[in-house]
Design a protein around this ligand. Structure first.
Ligand SMILES: Cc1cc2nc3c(=O)[nH]c(=O)nc-3n(C[C@H](O)[C@H](O)[C@H](O)COP(=O)(O)OP(=O)(O)OC[C@H]3O[C@@H](n4cnc5c(N)ncnc54)[C@H](O)[C@@H]3O)c2cc1C
Length: 332
């Protein structure tokens, strides 16, 4: 049933005040036959952990609450409903004896949002495990998309580029293939060594990633945030070479023959903004790339501070930072 003027503050991890003009919880795919689903809503809401909400969300907000594993088999294949908590699903697969997604543990949000920005961490991306995405296509009906149809990229997919076209209802995963553990990313190796583990299992890696994430990222319950606020920018190699002359320690990861990826957090830190801001919003001292709600921030406050970060980084390094979070709504 549609409700009016619903405050979404507790439905977004930034803790930003935002009023949805009309709010519809989607708990059963049968509802997709209702007239409300003939046209795209303003916002499809999952766990609200990758959003920057402005005060007013006009039109309809659909909150995807379809939950649970729809089917699975003993080879490690799963169909999971879109509103299922991502972290709980990863834990479930590990406990059921199907490793693979251990590096993606503790990422907040829902299974349905995971393909939207092709979530990734510690050298793994969800696209590696997805075999199909089931979605309601507005104006068409239920469709099944193959990984190729999804056009996955770095923190990107067709769902992100074609906002308003699809509402994801379920995702198929295949964890049947045994893959080598990914230990060489971030501090995983060091964390395992510190725990005295030299032949780690997937569950050891999950434990190491959990400890690293808990030590690095602010708990959004206390400091509202949406994780990494900006994407890591990709620049031409000659641009990187010029930056490296001035900053020999600049971190860079090759993407292809012509491009490298820079670390957005490093750029923000070197622009002198780590831990900076005002009493409502700022960059987190422990990880510059995370912008935090220090208490009472509005979407406009966050937007204004993020604009300042973009300006400083552009001035100092000639690099344009693109937000990873999705901006929705309008000022009240
Ligand atoms: C502390 C913290 C750490 C994080 N770490 C990481 C990380 O390591 N790696 C990473 O990739 N991300 C990370 N994130 C970002 C976030 O967790 C992911 O982007 C997550 O997938 C968002 O899921 P959600 O359900 O909260 O989506 P929401 O924030 O609700 O929505 C995000 C986008 O997806 C769309 N969407 C949501 N559900 C559906 C659906 N069913 N159908 C169609 N569209 C939908 C929304 O309309 C919106 O555009 C982090 C966030 C936080 C707060």
């Amino acid at each position: 049933m549609i409700r009016e003027d619903i405050d979404l503050r507790r439905f977004n991890t930034f803790g930003l005040p935002a009023v949805a003009e009309r709010y519809l919880p989607l708990t059963d795919t049968e509802q997709l036959g209702d007239p409300e689903f003939r046209t795209a809503p303003t916002l499809v809401l999952g766990g609200g952990s990758n959003l920057l909400l402005l005060e007013h969300i006009p039109g309809l907000t659909v909150h995807v609450l379809l939950s649970g594993i729809e089917w699975s088999d003993d080879r490690g294949r799963f169909r999971v409903r879109a509103g299922t908590d991502w972290n709980q699903f990863v834990r479930y697969t590990l406990e059921a004896g199907f490793p693979g997604m251990e590096n993606l543990i503790l990422i907040p949000g829902t299974v349905g949002a995971a393909p939207v920005q092709n979530i990734g961490a510690y050298g793994a991306e969800v696209a590696e495990f997805i075999t199909a995405v089931h979605a309601w296509e507005y104006g068409r009906g239920m469709v099944e998309l193959s990984p190729e149809d999804c056009a996955f990229g770095y923190r990107d997919s067709r769902f992100k580029r074609e906002t308003g076209r699809f509402l994801i209802t379920a995702v198929d995963f295949d964890l049947s293939e045994r893959r080598p553990l990914k230990l060489e990313y971030g501090a995983i190796g060091a964390e395992l060594a510190a725990a005295g583990i030299d032949t780690p299992t997937a569950r050891d890696v999950a434990g190491a990633v959990t400890r690293i994430r808990r030590s690095k990222l602010p708990d959004w319950f206390f400091y509202g945030n949406s994780g990494s606020f900006f994407k890591n920018p990709v620049v031409p190699r000659d641009h990187h070479a010029r930056l490296q002359e001035k900053h020999p320690d600049i971190p860079a990861y090759p993407i292809d023959d012509d491009h490298v990826k820079l670390a957005a957090g490093w750029l923000i830190d070197r622009a002198g903004l780590r831990g900076q801001g005002n009493d409502r919003v700022g960059s987190y001292a422990g990880q510059a790339l995370v912008l935090v709600n220090r208490g009472g921030a509005s979407g406009r406050d966050v937007l204004a501070f993020s604009g300042l970060v973009q300006e400083r980084v552009a001035e100092q390094f000639g690099v344009e930072l693109e937000p990873e979070v999705q901006l929705t709504g309008s000022p009240a």
